[in-house]
Design a binder for this molecule. Structure first.
Ligand code: AHR
Length: 511
């Protein structure tokens, strides 16, 4: 008989407020993400602006808060001026990142208007691959400057009078990686990034820009942690000078990327992925704290997990010089959804340091949503993201755990249950998010919540299936979908339920 998982929590044991920006997305000019995804004038779902209403409705139900654009690798060979102005005058170019053709029909104004429509905070990545700090600085000016400058006038001529006030700017993308166009050393990158950060922070009106510096592109990269340390030490000098000149605390972030994979088809190991996400966050957080101490900084760099997801089944990256080719159209099954849930649990558990995160990506390309012609499919990971996002508001609670573990080759002994909890004081609500990693056992759970009085169940939802590899498809779209789960008993301050093997469970309690 498998032992019980005990979860002890207290309304005063806080990890920090969960940043709503942790529920962000990423829309890259890659495959059919933009063209054939959000923007498809040929679809019967397209409005006058060419945007697909079915895709936007599905995205809206994910409750995303911030959207990263236009890449990814794409941006390291992208020149923003190609994508503004009258459409018929925009050039068709060949983008080397995905060896694909780019019509530039969808550019800065289209993206920023989409963000306004969807209520997403825009997050623009700029080109520090083939581009220069000056080109990026001009882009910031185009988006944010209210005065009479060449770039602001260009925006007005293109039909937009008011500045867009874009706050989040990624200063490059994955330039630590050999595959990246413009791949470079930490020293060279830091110089470019520092120059750009210096030009854009505080210089473009009322919007305070929050830059995101390129961190290691993966925990497996050869320069992992070392790259982050060097970049932060260099750009940290600029932050020190800001402090010396009595500027307000100027927020800034280092980026983290992580794509989980089950290449060896070993589900027990794969389902322990959350351990590696925790370690990555804790490692990069330690680097940030070290740099803060070394430079005697008052403020610190926070973590921006701006690319994360599962990705291993479809690595078709060569667009063969086609427009919107079928690239990276990953199909997600139940076990992938359980790994996606562990990313989100880890972000919530580290609410004190992870302030932004973007699932990569949003439609067709390693995405929760797939389109085929005019049809749309919600994949297993769609539901997990949605189940978290609906109840993201509140404070992450620091949980104490006692329960069954299993042995893994990569991480040693791992908890069978992966968990997080959010306390929403305003709505008098406590939400538990749980993954049962065990592929063999249902696990009895008892939650000890003695600081809460009069606890009542407000609904449970489970995502499970007898087959770990079960996936939704256009022919069978409802194989892996959430089901109500109300087999929960509450006696005093103790909440009890049984967690099905290999499942995700969300429990909402009122108090
Ligand atoms: O999201 C797909 C790609 O993965 C991105 O373009 C790149 O930044 C990462 O390597």
């Amino acid at each position: 008989m498998v032992s019980e998982q005990k979860i002890y929590l207290h309304s005063r044991f806080h990890k920090g407020n969960v940043s709503p920006l942790v529920f962000g997305g990423f829309l890259e000019h890659l495959g059919r993400a933009v063209y054939g995804g959000v923007f498809d004038p040929t679809s019967k779902h397209a409005g006058k602006d060419g945007l697909r209403s079915d895709v936007l409705n599905a995205l809206e139900s994910l409750g995303m808060t911030i959207m990263r654009w236009p890449g990814g690798n794409f941006v390291s060979d992208y020149h923003w001026e190609d994508g503004v102005g009258p459409r018929e005058q925009r050039p068709t170019v060949r983008n080397l990142a995905w060896t694909s053709m780019e019509s530039n029909e969808f550019g800065t104004d289209e993206f920023l208007k989409l963000c306004e429509q969807m209520n997403w905070a825009p997050m623009i990545a700029c080109n520090l691959g083939t581009g220069s700090p000056e080109e990026a600085r001009n882009w910031v000016e185009y988006c944010n400057f209210n005065g009479a400058s060449r770039n602001a006038e260009m925006r007005r001529k293109n039909g937009r009078v008011d500045p867009y006030n874009v706050k989040y700017w990624c200063l490059g993308n994955e330039v630590d990686g050999i595959w990246q166009i413009g791949h470079t050393s930490a020293e060279q990158y830091s110089n470019l990034a520092r120059q750009l950060a210096h030009m854009i922070t505080g210089k473009f009106g009322t919007t305070r820009i929050e830059p995101i510096f390129v961190g290691s592109s993966s925990p497996n990269s050869p320069t992992y942690a070392e790259w982050d340390l060097r970049v932060l030490e260099e750009v940290g000098k600029l932050w020190k000078s800001f402090e010396n000149h009595k500027k307000d605390n100027q927020p800034a972030y280092i980026s983290l990327h992580h794509y989980a994979a089950n290449d060896e088809n070993n589900s027990e190991e794969y389902l322990a992925t959350g351990v590696s996400i925790d370690r990555q966050i804790q490692t990069i957080d330690s680097v940030c704290k070290y740099v803060q101490a070394r430079l005697r900084l008052k403020s610190r760099f926070y973590l921006c997990f701006d690319e994360w997801n599962v990705w291993y089944k479809n690595r078709q990256w060569n667009g063969k010089d086609q427009f919107s080719p079928h690239l990276l159209e990953e199909v997600y099954n139940l076990e992938d959804a359980l790994v996606v849930a562990q990313f989100l649990n880890s972000f919530i558990r580290h609410a004190d340091v992870v302030k932004i995160a973007n699932i990569a990506q949003v439609v067709n390309v390693i995405a929760p949503i797939l389109t085929r012609g005019d049809k749309l499919l919600k994949q297993s990971i769609f539901y997990v993201f949605q189940l978290f996002s609906e109840f993201k508001a509140g404070i992450s609670l620091d949980l104490a755990l006692e329960g069954p573990r299993y042995e893994t080759k990569k991480y040693g002994a791992v908890d069978c249950i992966d968990s997080s909890a959010i306390l929403n004081k305003l709505d008098r609500q406590l939400t538990l998010f749980l993954v049962n990693r065990s592929t063999e056992n249902d696990i009895p759970i008892s939650v000890h919540a003695n600081s809460f009085h009069d606890l009542r169940l407000d609904g449970g939802i489970v995502l499970s299936h007898s087959d770990l590899k079960a996936a939704n498809s256009f022919d069978a779209p409802c194989k892996v979908v959430p089901q109500p789960y109300d087999a929960v008993s509450i006696v005093g301050d103790e909440v009890r339920f049984n967690m099905p093997q290999a499942s995700f469970l969300r429990i909402i309690l009122k108090f």
